[in-house]
Design a protein around this ligand. Sequence first.
Ligand SMILES: C=C(O[C@@H]1C=C(C(=O)O)C=C[C@H]1O)C(=O)O
Length: 359
Amino acid sequence: MDVRFESLDLPLYSPGNYILIAGPCSAETEDQVLKTAKELHEGGVKIFRASLWKPRTRPGCFEGVGAMGLPWLNRVKEEYGMLTATEVANGLHVAESIEAGIDILWIGARTTSNPFLVEDIAHTIAKYDCQPVVLVKNPINPDIDLWAGSIERLSSAGVKRIGAIHRGFSTYADSLYRNPPHWQIPIELMRRYPTLPMLGDPSHITGKRALVPEVCRQSLDMHYAGLIVESHCNPDDAWSDAAQQMTPEELLKVTSKLKLSRLATCPMPPLDAWRTELDQLDENILGLLSKRMRIAEQIGYYKRDNNLSVLQTNRYQIMQQELKQKACNLGLDDKFIHKLFAQIHEESVRIQHKICDEE
Ligand SMILES: C=C(O[C@@H]1C=C(C(=O)O)C=C[C@H]1O)C(=O)O
C-alpha cells in the first residue's frame, strides 16, 4: 500500500536537532508530573510524556491515574510551554485526550496488535479537525505486518501526522534486554515507508537504565528522527518500570551529546568507491549461492532415488561446527555465521523437499 506521511512538525531538541520526548513512565501525582517536567524543561526538552492509562501484564499493578491526570498534563503545557504526549488504547481515551489538548498520542505495543482497537482509535482521531500526532509502537511480537497494518489503518482513516516507535519485541529466552530490538524489523519498515519518521524507545528495549545511553546512540545511528525516553524525578520510587527510568539530569547528560545523523545522499568519493566494491562482492556471493543451491538440487535427486532423508543432521552438525571454527579464524562473528548458514541450509532443505515431493 502506498502511504504518504506528512511531517510530524514537532519542535526539535536543539542540542542535537532531533525529536526528544521525555517524561515518566506513568503520571503518578500532580507534584511528580510537574517536578519532572520542570527539570526536563530546564534542560531544553520540549515534549513531555506520561502514561495515564497503563496496560499491565498482571492484575494488581498500578494501572494509571486515567483521565484524572489530564489537567496535570495541561499544567505542564501552561507552565513550561511543553507539548504533551500520552498513550491511548481505545477511542474513548483518544476523545478525552484530544479534548484535553494533548498534542501527541501513542498507541502501545499491545494495542497495535489489535486491529479493532486501532480502527476505533483511527476513526475517532479522524473526526477532529485539529489532529494530534499519532505514534505507533511496534507490536509485542516480532510481526512487521501487524505494525505496518496499524499504520496503514490510521492513514486510510485520514490520520495525517503518523510516526512509529521502536520499543523492541518480547522474548521468552533470557536476554540482556527486556525487549530485544531485532533491528531488522524497524529497518524493513523504514525500507517499505521511506518517509515514515521512526523514534527509538530505549527504555522499553533495555528495561535497565544503565543500558539506555547505548541504545539512544544506536537509535540515532539508525537514522531515527528521535527518541522517546522515560525520565522520573525519583526513579527508584516510581510506581511502574522503576528500573528503566532515569532522572532528568542523568538523561540530559546523555541526550545533550547526541545528534541527528544524516543520510549520504550526495556523491562522497571514498564511500562511493567502497560501495562499488561491496556491490561486486555481493554479486560474487550471489554467484556462489546459486552454485551451492544447484549442487543441493543434484543431491536432492540423488536422495529421492536412493531413499535418503532430506535432512542429514550429522552432516549439518559437522558443517556448522567447522564453519564456527573457520569464522573465528577469519575474525567473523560466529553467531552471525551460524544464523547465516542456518538460513542457507533451510533454503537448501526447501529445494530438496520440493524435489522429493515430485513424483
Ligand atoms: C545438502 C545436503 O542436504 C541437507 C542440506 C545441507 C546443506 O545445505 O549443506 C546439509 C545437510 C542436509 O541437511 C546434504 O545432505 O549434504
